[in-house]
Design a protein around this ligand. Structure first.
Ligand SMILES: [Zn+2]
Length: 80
């Protein structure tokens, strides 16, 4: 049985990998793949940055300006 993962498998598992949802066996296989496959490692790094950024945005709890919200509501009412 072949032990190594394909690049596609890595992408499929990436989310779980970053959220620590994988069993240690699979996690180790991914680590090995990333160590041997620079493109995947790059992807992992940029993906990690992205999700960090998204997290920060969520933490800041960006609010919709009141005016925009009102305009949106008016718009929705008009559509109904
Ligand atoms: Zn790869």
């Amino acid at each position: 049985m072949r032990n190594d993962l394909k690049c596609k498998d890595c992408f499929d598992l990436l989310m779980d990998y970053l959220e620590d949802n994988l069993d240690s066996e699979t996690q180790k296989k991914l680590d090995q793949h990333f160590a041997a496959c620079p493109p995947c490692l790059n992807f992992l790094e940029s993906y990690r940055d992205c999700s960090k950024m998204a997290q920060q945005l969520r933490d800041q709890q960006v609010e919709i300006p009141k005016e925009l919200e009102n305009r949106l509501k008016t718009f929705l009412r008009e559509q109904m």
